[in-house]
Design a protein around this ligand. Structure first.
Ligand code: GLY
Ligand code: MN
Length: 438
């Protein structure tokens, strides 16, 4: 992160093998067999062509104002290499008849830089043993060599999202001339990696289970500590402390703790209000562990018990959620689950919402994919299949009553139904009130 000249003579650090693959993280490195299987699946989908995946870059302490001390890798790059190296490129070349090629470009070691930020991984045997990629090269040759790979017009050139920019930016950075740039057929790599990442392998599911268990523990800790008069930031601090003390590297998204009126703002993350007796508190939180995030929401009464009206609305949201969860199985779509949830809410609203259906206050979608991104990549029209993980999160938000209620759980699709990964967080009104009494 910090680069300073002039101190090279002070440090010549030793290399430790797992340096760039989650060094020291309780999540540990991704098994090479999984990385190889993911790259093979991607090469298979490419058919013929060149895929280019860029790593993330280091943040600069002077201009980026990083909030965390740690570097965070690009998700596709981590998924395919397991590495936490900045300034890197992964190139996959899929041929019709020739064997496929995988090339990893990572920065050569630099003792000057290492004096500031510690030992790094360079190209060579350590990088190969961590990734299973035999062909590792220094990043400084990447642009020229990739340009050479793309020199044949007609080569299909896939690209991932690239800083939100158009592909031409990448072509320009690589120094590809305009006429060749026009001749190259371009496809979005993200569509391929997105649908690969939709089905989680066993290493991914293990990481998600841990992220979700830690998050459920943080919900329980918050329930036990919540008292009227607490500031939102106090609950936020307790939640994030619980994440970190269990080995989660960071939050998967900004922590949402909304009391009173703030419970009705879907993505309220300022955390600056002092709670008052009788408030509801929406806690929508997710620990990130080994690059995978949880996303669990619980709504609690700050005073330890729901009022009769809060309880009736809460039970309506809970029943809606249960109807959708009970329907999770291979073959159904998120769109169909959404319909099931809304129908349930319509049919069970009674006179809770002034004679109208309460689903007019259910102002967001029911579900999203969950994984390395909190709103994970992948086609939302796909039928559920074993290995997919989705959230189920109905809500009711009535600002005029300062009442927001959301209940969100993380669900793994299995061969016959589902596994409720977030069951460790109390969910019924009675369970929540019982824990808050402790
Ligand atoms: N947890 C935030 C969201 O799902 O949008
Ligand atoms: Mn969510």
């Amino acid at each position: 992160m910090l680069s300073r000249a002039g101190f090279a003579c002070l440090v010549l650090p030793l290399v430790v093998a797992p340096l760039a693959a989650q060094a020291g993280s309780p999540a540990g490195p991704v098994p090479v067999s999984r990385l190889e299987a993911r790259r093979a699946a991607l090469l298979d989908r490419i058919g013929t062509g060149v895929a280019i995946v860029r790593s993330a870059d280091e943040k600069d302490i002077e201009s980026d104002y990083p909030q965390d001390s740690d570097f965070r890798q690009d998700n596709d790059f981590f998924y395919l290499t397991g590495l936490e190296t900045a300034g890197s490129w992964l190139v996959l070349v899929a041929h019709d008849s020739l064997p496929d090629q995988v090339i990893l470009y990572i920065p050569a070691r630099d003792s000057l830089q290492e004096a500031w930020t510690g030992p790094t991984l360079g190209p060579g045997p350590d990088a190969t043993s961590l990734t299973g990629i035999a062909d590792t090269r220094p990043s400084r040759s990447a642009k020229k060599e990739i340009r050479d790979l793309l020199s044949t017009p007609g080569t299909i050139f896939y690209y991932p999202r690239y800083g939100g920019q158009k592909d031409s930016t990448l072509l320009r950075e690589l120094g590809v001339n305009d006429s060749l740039g026009r001749a190259i057929q371009k496809r979005n790599l993200r569509a391929l990696t997105g649908n690969l990442r939709l089905i989680k392998d066993d290493d991914e599911i293990a990481r998600m289970r841990r992220a979700i268990d830690i998050t459920a523990e943080a919900e329980r800790e918050a329930m036990k500590s919540a008292r009227p008069g607490m500031w939102e930031y106090e609950l936020e601090a307790l939640i994030e402390y619980t994440f970190r003390r269990h080995g989660a590297e960071r939050v998967g998204f900004p922590t949402i703790v909304g009391t009173g009126i703030n419970s009705t703002t879907l993505h309220y993350d300022k955390g600056r209000r002092q709670s008052q007796a009788g408030d509801l508190v929406v806690m929508d939180i997710g620990a990130e562990y080994g690059y995978y995030t949880a996303d669990v929401t619980r709504t609690i009464p700050i005073s330890g018990h729901f009022t009769p009206r809060q309880r009736a609305l809460y039970d309506l949201v809970l029943g809606t959620q249960q109807a959708a969860i009970d329907s999770v199985r291979p073959g159904i779509t998120i769109g169909q689950l959404n319909g099931i949830a809304r129908n349930y809410m319509k049919q069970h609203s009674g006179d809770l919402c002034g004679g109208e259906s309460c689903d007019r206050y259910f102002i967001h979608g029911l579900s999203h994919w969950l994984g390395m991104d909190v709103h994970d990549v992948g086609d939302y029209s796909k039928k559920l299949a074993p290995g997919m993980v989705l959230t189920v999160e109905p809500g009711i938000y009535i600002p005029a009553e300062k009442t927001g209620i959301r209940i969100e759980d993380d669900v793994l699709v299995t061969g016959t139904g589902y596994d409720l990964l977030s069951k460790g967080a109390p969910r019924t009104a009675l369970e929540i009130e019982a824990l808050m009494r402790q």
